[in-house]
Design a protein around this ligand. Structure first.
Ligand SMILES: Cc1cc2nc3c(=O)[nH]c(=O)nc-3n(C[C@H](O)[C@H](O)[C@H](O)COP(=O)(O)O)c2cc1C
Length: 314
């Protein structure tokens, strides 16, 4: 079984990847997307989104990291794919699932799911450009307004030479609303000879097992669940789920590292966002969030976290 950490723009950055890879046996992590429009992007853009490129394309704990590109122009996608690989990315992924309006106005992301030949052209150009020993992978939703093209899209990506395909089992209009339609992944997995990675609504070990059973996939990708239960991948592979105390310790560790890092101004927003996900798993997170949500500065928030920690046993 392979477990892959999903790309999550504005949520899973290099610090979160590092923290999660230290406590989970992830097989791969995919970065937030690099937006490709009409140029070969400077190296610094790749290093900003994927600082792991400075360490051989892996987290400090050794989990491989793959850069994700988002764009529609095959030539520029190919050029930037080469750059990602040359800088040390472990393969390169393309995002055909992003529902953001800005992106869709300029024809990248999920809007392309209406045009299977465009998916083909982008993946083919990237595949032709990148050395054959490096995976070129894609991530799709089941469609844009409806799911009618799900198989055409999957086949177009396979025929273009993709090494594997991650499928988020919802259309763009489904947003993030449950359920995830895993049975469409079953069809795709039955048809495509390449590995298909099942994604959507895996929050715990039971979901992971059911998803693999329904889809027949032995690779799964977890996104929101990985933030909600911080040791989700380890748990799926047999470890006990983190207690609230362990989750809180992890948040304090994250806090120390975020504040010494380059993104400390975002800390209050980031930690509140994380609470939004932890609330699903821990009722204690909900209580604590109510206490700290009025605070705007890092110092105030840290104080509340430390007080909560002090109340728990050693
Ligand atoms: C806040 C957020 C940001 C996301 N950013 C990306 C992204 O940059 N690239 C991408 O392919 N998918 C992105 N996704 C989609 C996730 O990778 C994943 O497909 C989706 O959340 C479903 O999986 P889950 O139910 O395990 O969360 C994002 C999802 C969320 C909630």
């Amino acid at each position: 079984m392979r477990i892959i950490l999903a790309p999550m723009e504005g949520v899973v950055d290099d610090l979160m990847r590092d923290i999660l890879s230290a406590i989970n046996p992830y097989d791969l992590m995919v970065t937030e997307f690099v937006r490709v429009v009409d140029q070969l992007l400077p190296e610094k853009v790749f290093y900003r989104i994927c600082p792991e490129l400075q360490h051989g394309g892996q987290t400090l704990s050794g989990t491989p990291v793959r850069v994700q590109l988002l764009g529609q122009e095959p030539g520029w996608m190919a050029e930037n794919a080469i750059r990602a690989i040359e800088l040390g990315s472990k393969g390169v992924d393309v995002n055909f699932g992003c529902p953001a309006k800005m992106v869709n106005r300029s024809n990248g992301g999920a809007v392309m799911l209406q045009y299977p030949e465009q998916l083909y052209n982008v993946v083919k150009a990237m595949r032709d450009a990148v050395p054959s020993d490096q995976p070129v992978t894609a991530k799709i939703r089941l469609g844009f307004n409806d799911k009618s093209l799900y198989m055409e899209n999957a086949l177009a990506i396979y025929e273009a030479g993709a090494s594997e395909l991650a499928v988020h089992a919802r259309s763009k209009v489904d947003g993030y609303k449950p359920p995830a339609y895993w049975e469409y992944i079953t069809d795709i997995n039955n048809k495509l000879p390449i590995p298909v990675i099942a994604n959507g609504e895996i929050w715990n070990k039971d979901d992971a097992e059911r998803c693999m059973q329904v889809t027949g996939c032995d690779s799964i990708m977890v996104g929101r669940g990985a933030i909600s239960l911080p040791n989700l991948a380890a748990h799926i592979k047999g470890e006990a789920a983190y207690s609230w105390q362990q989750a809180l310790e992890l948040m304090l560790q994250y806090t120390d590292r975020e504040l010494e890092g380059r993104k400390s101004t975002y800390y209050p927003a980031r930690i509140k966002q994380w609470f939004g996900y932890l609330n699903r798993q821990y009722s204690e997170a909900d209580e604590l969030f109510r206490e700290l949500r009025v605070f705007k500065t890092a110092d105030e928030i840290i104080q509340v976290l430390r007080q909560a920690r002090a109340k728990l046993p050693d």
